[in-house]
Design a protein around this ligand. Sequence first.
Ligand code: AMP
Length: 397
Amino acid sequence: MLILVINSGSSSLKYQLFNMDEKTVVGKGLVERIGIEGSVLTHKKDGKEFVIETPMPTHNEAVKNVFDALVNEEYGLVESIEEIGAIGHRIVHGGEITDSTLIDEQLKEKVREYAKFAPLHNPAGLAGVEACETLLPGKPNVAVFDTSFHQTMPASSYMYGLPYETYEKHGIRKYGFHGTSHKYVTKRTAEILGKNPEDLNVITVHLGNGSSLAAVKNGKSIDTTMGLTPLEGLIMGTRSGDLDPAVLTFLMQAEDMDAKELDTLLNKESGVLGISGVSSDFRDLEEASDAGNERATLALDMFIKRTRRFLGAYLVELGKVDAISFAGGIGENSDTMRASLMKDLESFGIVLDEKKNDGLRGKDAIISSDDSKVKVLVVPTDEELMIAMDTLNIVEK
Ligand code: AMP
């Protein structure tokens, strides 16, 4: 079956067409500047790029142009759009929805409800869904949520130390994100180690522009670092991660900041960018740090310390850990970061093999020494493939 995966953001839309019989990517592309002057679609087939510049005021025109590109005589991927069996959509916030779900009116209503916690992402995801419903009627659309893998967390992990009414009235709790990645990495780790996911305890470490860890027990998430929104937990590219909540009330008073300004400060101006003043990109930070920039070094040290703190927490929470798996742009590519995170953990049964780690980029591999009790792995994540697999599962049911 051919499955189209759509990841729609507020002004962008990424797509990939999968042949699920062979688990291969047939082609993919990206629409940028939806609703802004200069809308552009970049379509890729057989390593070649085709650029289509045409006004796309809404997601409807964006999806229409994607469908046109998919059947284009020169660079199309299918003869008829009807060959596509189903469409899988990435939806950021699914609240307490526990699994990927076939989209109907009731589900859309829930996605609209959870837009209160993801005001930019959920409406964009829905716009992509509705464009597909209009332009390709009768084909199943499946929602794959960033949150659903973590809905196996016990209440003791997901509740905040706030009055219980804030949960009952507003749904304020930890939901967790990057779930599609944590699920994929868990599944791949089990495959690589020759285990069933149900028999696997793993700490999945997704380090990229946004970063999160998950504690996975018997294949199920029991804790994760992101919260009500992706802001909680690790220090990230531009997000603050955990801080004393009193910082916010202090800033409101001292700097007269309102909710919108605080939101921008915490999400866009903080993290390693805010600390270093250099960049949110870890390659730039490593370069600046090597050149003697002290604040770049501080940002990296803080990132490492915070990430190790959660590793320690999850080692204890899980008790027995079979594996630690690194994914995401940093986790997959930075051998120095992996080495820093795994340093001096021999007493926990974690021993990195430097030779296996050095220079390893973007490939599945076990990078711990043969006698390491806890296996350390690099597992390049593939959220799009996971969305396609979930979509196939649902439509086959
Ligand atoms: P992602 O959000 O998963 O695409 O990850 C993007 C981030 O990965 C970038 O901001 C970079 O900081 C980081 N990254 C990519 N390649 C490398 C590398 N070779 N060394 C260090 N960081 C890297």
